[in-house]
Design a protein around this ligand. Structure first.
Ligand SMILES: [Zn+2]
Length: 466
């Protein structure tokens, strides 16, 4: 009655065989004597490199459409409004796109209010239910910050408008279509962001959806394992970079800890097999949650400039291209061109294997030196494991440089009062390590990998209070 959102796959017939309609439930398949069905095509299956996740023959298209709706509603589709008119009690809209789009689009219609803004030649519009105005400005700010960062880091935005459209909370997600982002009232418009301790997830989700205009809409991904890494993990990375610019690196700890914990919980409830990062089979706990931690670990090693150069080159190589679409092998190769041999090994560890650390701050003592400085002696335990897809683990050698940091207050506190008094990488090996550092001010908390750059089985024991 008020709030329609439908995509082309639900609206129009499609030709040929659609594998998405196959029975996926494993028990249901067994009951019907059907063979097991792989979740994804093998990464090495080059015969699938010419098709994207949307299926065979679904590629970049030219787009133009006319849609009508009730006379008191606004109807939205991708493209720029060419003409609007009333006829026979219906309201008509003619839209046309001027850049190639993925053959995946949506129609929306509702009695919306519109907030309009312009940023460097891009029209920003938020269509919202008139009573849900609380976070509209946060969305506009996030779109601006995202466009700035992504344009600078990865290359130009392909459109001249970005629209966010509220839809009712029967579903709870946001989704990026070409320059059009349907956004559920549930995850943004009615969010209560008054507590400054909370992560501003409206700002974050908006940045993620804007990032898809690059990852997914400029660069597709081949229909093989790891496909969602290119589309989703790179959008996670991009959104975190915008979040980091806005709220500061220190405040990212809480966010990344949340992502890490969700990854760990996700692998605990895996029913079939956990895949290594680059072979994720549309496993959300891998391409979203682990994706954030993996990309931040690579950022920590390579730095912003080298990571973004790698991603920019990767994007330029595959922009609007379907022959072939890239895979995670291409992504890894792009990152490797910016990495030393040692860093390439680190990337391989993250991409090719399921590696888990167990880092723990066991104890810490302080002493005053003759010069009136503070000497802090810490005992840190370290272990590293490589896991199989079924969860079995083998212990591996730890031989890495890992962050040791001292804080003036609780690093969990995101209000901004906590100072980082010391933050350096120290080489850790298996078992107990003793580390001594000298600082000017007495710390209140000490931590090993406190900024969550490693995949740690329990990040809750990494920081202790003195
Ligand atoms: Zn996404």
């Amino acid at each position: 009655e008020n709030g329609t959102f439908i995509d082309n796959a639900s609206l129009f017939p499609s030709f040929g065989f659609n594998a998405q309609y196959l029975i996926t439930d494993r028990h249901e398949r067994r009951k019907r004597d059907l063979p097991q069905r792989p979740r994804a095509n093998k990464l090495e299956d080059t015969s699938r490199y010419g098709e994207s996740g949307f299926g065979k023959g679904v590629t970049f298209i030219d787009f133009e459409t006319t849609v009508s709706t009730s006379s008191d509603q606004i109807a939205i589709a991708p493209g720029y409004l060419q003409k609007e008119w009333q006829d026979n009690g219906r309201r008509y809209f003619h839209y046309k796109m001027d850049a190639p789009i993925v053959n995946f689009f949506s129609y929306l219609s509702a009695r919306h209010k519109v907030k309009k803004d312009v940023h460097n030649g891009v029209n920003i519009e938020v269509y919202y239910h008139p009573e849900h105005n609380w976070n509209v400005d946060v969305m506009v700010k996030s779109v601006k910050d995202s466009l700035d960062y992504f344009t600078h880091a990865f290359g130009p935005y392909q459109h001249r408008q970005m629209r966010i459209i509220e839809f009712p909370g029967y579903r709870s997600f946001a989704q990026s279509f070409a320059n059009t982002v349907p956004y559920s009232e549930e995850i943004g418009f009615i969010a209560d962001l008054r507590d400054p301790e909370d992560i501003d997830y409206v700002y974050y989700v908006t940045a993620h959806e804007v990032a898809h205009q690059w990852w997914g809409h400029q660069v597709g991904a081949a229909n093989v394992q790891g496909q969602s890494i290119i589309v989703e993990s790179l959008s996670q990375y991009s959104a975190i970079m915008v979040l980091r610019e806005r709220f500061g690196e220190e405040k990212m700890r809480r966010f990344l800890k949340y992502e890490l914990d969700r990854y760990l919980r996700g692998r605990g409830s895996e029913l079939i097999e956990e895949m290594p990062f680059m072979r994720s089979e549309s496993q959300q706990y891998i391409h979203y949650r682990k994706g954030s931690v993996v990309m931040m670990a690579i950022l920590d090693r390579l730095g912003e400039e080298r990571v973004n150069t790698a991603l920019k080159n990767f994007l330029e190589d595959y922009k609007f291209s379907d022959a072939p679409y890239p895979t995670t092998l291409d992504l890894q190769a792009a990152l490797n061109t910016q990495a030393t041999e040692e860093e390439q090994q680190f990337i391989a560890d993250l991409f090719e294997r399921i590696t888990l650390y167990d880092l723990k701050m066991l104890s810490a003592e302080t002493d005053e030196t003759n010069e009136g400085k503070i000497q802090v002696t810490m005992t840190v335990s370290a272990a590293k494991f490589e896991a199989e897809g079924d969860g079995r683990e083998t212990e591996r050698e730890v031989d890495e440089y890992i962050d040791i940091a001292l804080f003036s207050g609780d690093p969990e506190d995101v209000s901004g009062d906590t100072k980082v008094l010391y933050n350096q990488k120290h080489k850790l090996t298996n078992g107990e390590n003793t580390i001594t550092v000298t600082v000017e001010e007495k710390p209140a908390y000490v931590g090993v990998d406190p900024f969550v750059k490693m995949i740690d089985r329990d990040s809750g024991d990494n920081v202790i209070q003195l």
